[in-house]
Design a protein around this ligand. Sequence first.
Ligand code: CBA
Length: 451
Amino acid sequence: MKKSSETAAADRRLSTVARHLITTTTNNEEEENGSFMISSSPTAAAGQSVFSNIVGAPEDPILGVTVAYNKDPSPVKLNLGVGAYRTEEGKPLVLNVVRKAENLLVNDRTRVKEYLPIVGLADFNKLSAKLILGEDSHAIRGNLVTTVQCLSGTGSLRVGAEFLARHYYQHTIYIPNPTWGNHTKIFNLAGLTVKTYRYYDPATRGLNFQGLQEDLGSAPSGAIVLLHACAHNPTGVDPTLEQWEQIRRLIRSKSLLPFFDSAYQGFASGSLDKDAQSVRMFVGDGGECFIAQSYAKNLGLYGERVGALSIVCRAADVASRVESQLKLVIRPMYSNPPIHGASIVATILKDRNLYHEWTLELKAMADRIITMRKQLFDALSARGTPGDWSHILKQIGMFTFTGLNTKQVAFMTKEYHIYMTSDGRISMAGLSSRTVPHLADAMHAAVTTVV
Ligand code: CBA
C-alpha cells in the first residue's frame, strides 16, 4: 500500500532523528546538528523522579551567550552575541513607528482578540509579500504566491521545511558553510537531509564563489538550496548582483529549488528594496521559490515573533492548493499565529506615512552599524593591532566575522567580559562609541597574546 505523504514524512523524520540519537553523553557537535540527547532508561528507586536520569543539555551556541552574560556581575561586561540592535546607550530599541502603531491599535475599541485564521492575518500576509517581492511583482498580480503568517523567521523556516518534507520529492537541502547555527537543526528535525555548499573563504575573508558554484553545480537535480537574501549570518559576506545573477542561472539550469531566508531586509544597505534584489531576481524569472521573512530585526519586533513564509508557484491553482496543505502543517503545530505583532506590521505597512517613517528609522539603525564598523577599524588601527582588519569595513549587516579563534574569544570573555559566539562573530549592533575602545583593547590583547 502506498504511504500517505504525512506517514512518509513521519518515517523520514524518525530515521533522521534516529541517525542523530546519542545516549547519555553531552556532545556539542551533535547538538549543533539538531539531534537531542536521549537519557538511559530510569533506574530510579521508588519515590525518585522518573526523569532523574535526564542528561543536562548544553546551552544554545547563540542564545546561551546571553545566559552567560546575564550571570556576569562585571560592570564592563558587553554582549556582542545575539543579533539584537542596541542604541548608543546600549539599550534595546522600540521603534517610534511601532509605538505609534501600538497606540492606534490600543485605541481602536472595535478590535477583538478572536483567533486568527490558521494562515494568520490576511492584510499582513498580502503586505509582507509586497514588501519582499515588490509593488509590481507579477507573482502577486497573478496570484502565484501564497503567504502564511508564521512565528518569526525561525517559525517560517520550520513550516517551509515541514511542507517540503511532506510534499517535495527531493529531501536534500544545501545550506551555506558556515550559516546561522539553527538552520541545520530546523531542516534536520523536519526530516530533510542537510548538506553544505562552500560559501566563505577564510583566506580572503570573502565569498568562495568558485567553491559555491562547484558545489551547487554538482548537487542533484531538484535539491533545495538555502540562500541568505542579504546580510549573510555569520559572515557578513554577500554575493554581488552579478554573482547573484550567475547563482540564479546555475540554480535554474539544474532545477534546484531556492529557499530564501530573509531575516535582515533593510539591515544590509539601509534600503528595503535594495536588500530584496536577490529574491526579486529569482521571482522575476518566473521560477518557483520559498521565502522566510522575519520582522525581528528590521522592525525590532524580536519577542513578538512576527514573520511570514511565502511560496511562489508557477500557477495560481497550485498556489492555492499549496496553501491548503500549509494549513495542515500549521494546525497541529500551533493552530494559528498570534495577533498583536502582525497587526503592528500591517498597520505600518498599509499607512504611507508610517511606512516612510519606518524606512527612516531602519536607515538610521543600518547607518549606526556602519559607523560602528568605522570606529572599530580606526580603534584597531590606532592600536597597531597586527593583521588586516579591512573586512570589518567590507562586511555587511549586523555581524562581523572577525577571524578571531575560539581561544581568543574565550580569552576576551574571561579577561575583558566581552561575550560573543565562539566562531568569532560579533554583533556590531550591540556596540556603541562608548564600548568600542574596550572591544578594541580586548581584540588587541587577544591577537597579541593568544595564538
Ligand atoms: N535566519 C537568520 C539568518 C538569522 O540570523 C536569524 C536570527 C533568524 C531567526 C533566521 P527570528 O526567528 O528571531 O525571526 O530570527 N539570528 C540571531 O539574530 C538570533 O536571533 C543570531 O544572533 O544569529 C538567533 O535566534 O540566533
